[in-house]
Design a protein around this ligand. Structure first.
Ligand SMILES: *[C@@H]1O[C@H](CO)[C@@H](O)[C@H](O)[C@H]1NC(C)=O
Ligand SMILES: *[C@@H]1O[C@H](CO)[C@@H](O)[C@H](O)[C@H]1NC(C)=O
Ligand SMILES: *[C@@H]1O[C@H](CO)[C@@H](O)[C@H](O)[C@H]1NC(C)=O
Ligand SMILES: *[C@@H]1O[C@H](CO)[C@@H](O)[C@H](O)[C@H]1NC(C)=O
Ligand SMILES: *[C@@H]1O[C@H](CO)[C@@H](O)[C@H](O)[C@H]1NC(C)=O
Ligand SMILES: *[C@@H]1O[C@H](CO)[C@@H](O)[C@H](O)[C@H]1NC(C)=O
Length: 397
């Protein structure tokens, strides 16, 4: 009887151990994505791909590596890089500089993350694209060659974090590069900031998804050329880009002040835009509560990361605790509603919308018609980043 009891106890313990998950949500989400083979530079057919989602995920792994010193994360980034690069160090995976896409460049920081000089060839190749990349008359990089004169918030995260990481590592005294990076952020802000509410939209003072400098896109507003809605993930990309670039751009450069001022303007408005009953954000932020609108998970995780990182690094003052409070409540909603525990050591992440683009008419009906995607890497990586910040809050917060 006693023996049976001991055996049963051992059996129960072994199940626990097999199903054990790391106490850190950041590590749990990262390990689950690694177990699924996500973000390793290969697409679902095992072919090399230059994907910004992989870039975002590898950025999250890098922060985890720097916090924990766990080489598993470092090795995974390096494997992801090696899967894409050709033997002579140039970028494979179908990358072509003359498509003038900002998206692929988001992988660039992975080339500098390992601090191995052998990856400089690939980093140089991405950097050279920026020298020939088409721009608006004001100097904003086009989002892609097929979207002439269009600046999208997404593109700031894709292009500028790499631009800054490259400049920091290889050209830290290049003032025109720092000026140019600053210009990308400020032009995007000036051209997409919501200045008043039009019919049926809520005034938030936040940024529309994008703008067309030539005002010819079907969605371009007649007055300023901006797109019609504030999409949570686009603003999430831009917010993360601010928080990340501020820690790269030298504080002695005037651009640092410009980015600080933008983040300080947006942060309280983002916190205030959270839905009061759930503490997270609507997919289409300009139309809270409208039928078919819903709480989307990738944008929420991005906001939590940007707010907490901004406060932790002293970019935003939060003496009243409003920003950290909003971020903590949103993170609690995420773990209660969007994290699914498999009981075998891995978790799923739900409610991330697959895409949102300004390829069509960019209206409410378009955004809410896009499917959501289980374990979408854009959402998983953002949840790692949000959790990474939550887990660094002092205990008395
Ligand atoms: C590093 O992380 C991996 C994945 O979570 C884990 O299996 C391993 O035990 C960790 N190693 C150390 C030394 O903590
Ligand atoms: C690198 O290798 C690829 C594939 O063999 C080739 O097309 C390319 O021209 C090479 N680039 C350089 C700079 O040697
Ligand atoms: C510095 O950056 C500017 C702007 O990107 C670029 O045109 C220039 O070539 C860079 N200078 C050097 C020495 O690479
Ligand atoms: C953005 O707008 C501000 C305020 O009007 C102005 O001072 C600044 O020069 C503008 N920046 C750019 C790059 O247009
Ligand atoms: C404003 O909302 C009403 C009611 O939901 C709807 O019938 C109308 O089409 C909307 N107008 C615009 C411009 O979206
Ligand atoms: C954990 O459970 C999920 C859901 O049943 C399954 O898809 C996954 O393959 C399992 N993972 C491991 C590592 O056993």
């Amino acid at each position: 009887m006693i023996l049976l009891g001991i055996i049963l106890l051992l059996w129960v313990c072994s199940i626990r151990a097999a199903g054990a998950r790391p106490p850190s949500y950041a590590a749990w989400a990262a390990d689950s994505a690694i177990a699924r083979g996500q973000g390793n530079g290969l697409d679902s057919n095992g072919q090399p791909t230059v994907s910004y989602e992989h870039g975002e995920f590898q950025w999250a792994l890098r922060l985890l590596y720097e916090r924990t010193g766990n080489k598993t994360y470092y090795d995974y980034i390096q494997k992801g890089v090696d899967n894409v690069l050709l033997p002579n160090g140039t970028v494979g995976g179908g990358y072509s500089a003359v498509q003038f896409q900002l998206d692929p460049l988001r992988v660039g920081p992975s080339y500098t993350a390992t601090k191995e000089i052998k990856y400089k060839t690939a980093a140089d190749e991405f950097r050279a694209q920026l020298d020939i990349h088409s721009r608006t008359a004001q100097g904003q990089f086009w989002h892609k060659i097929q979207y002439p004169n269009q600046g999208w918030l997404d593109g700031i995260y894709m292009g500028e974090v790499f631009y800054a990481a490259y400049t920091q590592m290889f050209q830290s005294h290049n003032q025109s590069a720092w000026d140019d990076i600053t210009l990308q952020f400020t032009l995007m802000f000036n051209n997409t900031i919501q200045t008043f509410a039009t019919t049926n939209e809520t005034y938030l003072g936040l940024l529309y998804h994008g703008y067309d400098y030539s005002h010819t896109a079907v969605w371009a507003s007649p007055d300023r050329g901006h797109s019609p809605e504030i999409w949570d993930r686009a603003l999430g990309w831009y917010s993360m880009a601010l928080a990340d670039t501020l820690s790269i751009l030298p504080s002695t450069h005037p651009g640092h002040k410009s980015l600080l001022s933008i983040l300080q303007t947006l942060a309280p408005r983002i916190a205030a835009a959270a839905d009061p009953s759930s503490d997270v954000w609507w997919l289409v932020m300009t139309e809270p509560g409208r039928t078919l609108n819903y709480f989307e998970s990738s944008g929420a995780a991005m906001f939590v990361y940007a707010l907490l990182r901004g406060v932790r690094l002293g970019y935003i003052q939060d003496t009243s605790g409003v920003l950290v409070g909003a971020a903590k409540r949103a993170h609690q909603y995420m773990v209660d509603n969007w994290v699914v525990d498999h009981g075998n050591g891995t978790m799923d992440w739900t409610n991330t919308v697959l895409v949102g683009s300004l390829d069509g008419n960019g209206d409410f009906a378009y955004y809410v018609s896009q499917p959501d995607d289980l374990n979408d890497l854009k959402g998983v990586a953002s949840f790692i980043l949000a959790s990474y910040e939550i887990e660094q809050l002092p205990v008395d917060y």
